[in-house]
Design a protein around this ligand. Structure first.
Ligand SMILES: NC(=O)N[C@@H](O)C(=O)O
Ligand code: NI
Length: 164
């Protein structure tokens, strides 16, 4: 089974798939509230899609055992989907570029640190939430609206996601 090792999550590396949501990723930040607060501004392109609206949810993810077989990927063709970790644990992100269904060689993995969120652009292939180490909560911003917004595809043969 092909092994997939994660790389560090950076703005440039993740650019084909969406945005990184973090203080360090901010293009613009400025002081507000009389100097009490710094605003890290406009971090992600939220796309609700046709007749949709963006909603905020919390996903409580069970930790995934590693190594973990990546057997499927999904995409949301109509809208973006953002995950922001609320726990002090790293997590894994496995993605492939928007477009035709990916094969085992098209996958990339990133190790996201606490404080680093991701926003999947519409159509970005990704594996469902991959929490690590303990039950972790994530704030999720994604679409509510009519129509089909989740395609799944098998990854065959599966790819073995590991940290080393
Ligand atoms: N099903 C669902 O809402 N979650 C997935 O889209 C995911 O990316 O975890
Ligand atoms: Ni998803």
């Amino acid at each position: 089974m092909k092994k997939l090792l994660p790389e560090a999550l950076t703005v440039s590396a993740f650019a084909p798939y969406g945005e990184v949501i973090s203080v360090d990723a901010a293009k613009r930040h400025f002081s507000i509230n009389g100097g009490n607060t710094e605003r890290y501004h406009d971090l992600a392109e939220l796309v609700p899609g046709p007749d949709g609206k963006m909603i905020v949810s919390i996903f409580r993810g069970q930790p995934r055992p590693l190594p973990f077989a990546i057997e499927m990927m999904e995409r949301h063709p109509l809208a973006s989907q953002a995950f922001v970790p609320l726990a002090a644990q790293p997590y894994l992100v496995v993605v492939a570029r928007p477009g035709p269904a990916p094969g085992p060689d098209d996958l990339r993995a990133f190790l996201a640190q606490p404080g680093e969120g991701v926003n999947y652009a519409p159509g970005t292939w990704h594996h469902p939430l991959l929490a690590l180490n303990e039950i972790c909560d994530f704030l999720v911003v994604d679409r509510s609206g009519p129509g089909h917004n989740c395609d799944e595809t098998p990854i065959a043969p599966p790819v073995l996601l590991a940290l080393a």
